[in-house]
Design a protein around this ligand. Structure first.
Ligand code: AMP
Ligand code: ZN
Length: 113
């Protein structure tokens, strides 16, 4: 499968991994939009949020808790951070393997661009 994030999971493309377990890996974004910018991705290939089904609730919860744990470990939990899921073109999704952005280390603005 021609998926960039599946290649990162397989180790075919190098990445700066900050956490991994049997369900997910977390690595630093190559083009960070904040001082801390980590992507949390499932090992399972799921193209978009629209492809999730009810059985994926545990996985999504696990990814969210992984992000909040990383926020604490990276020292941005108290100052604040943002978790972002982009879906499809108008949502700003460029890589079609779902991923949760963890962004922090600066003030975030609202509404997002
Ligand atoms: P999205 O626009 O939500 O699909 O986010 C995709 C993210 O993947 C972007 O923030 C990119 O900077 C990031 N990205 C693309 N290629 C790599 C890579 N090889 N290693 C780490 N992050 C990447
Ligand atoms: Zn994939």
């Amino acid at each position: 499968m021609d998926c960039l994030f599946c290649k990162i999971i397989a180790g075919d493309i190098p990445s700066d991994i900050v956490n991994e377990d049997e369900k997910l890996i977390a690595f630093r974004d190559i083009n960070p939009q904040a001082p801390t910018h980590v992507l949390i991705i499932p090992r399972q290939h799921i193209a978009t949020l629209n492809h999730l089904d009810v059985d994926d609730g545990e996985l999504i919860g696990h990814m969210t808790l992984s992000a909040t744990t990383l926020a604490k470990e990276m020292g941005i939990a108290d100052s604040g951070y943002r978790l972002v899921w982009n879906c499809n073109r108008e949502g700003g999704q460029d890589v079609f393997h779902i991923h949760l952005h963890l962004l922090g280390g600066r003030t975030m603005h609202w509404p997002p661009g």
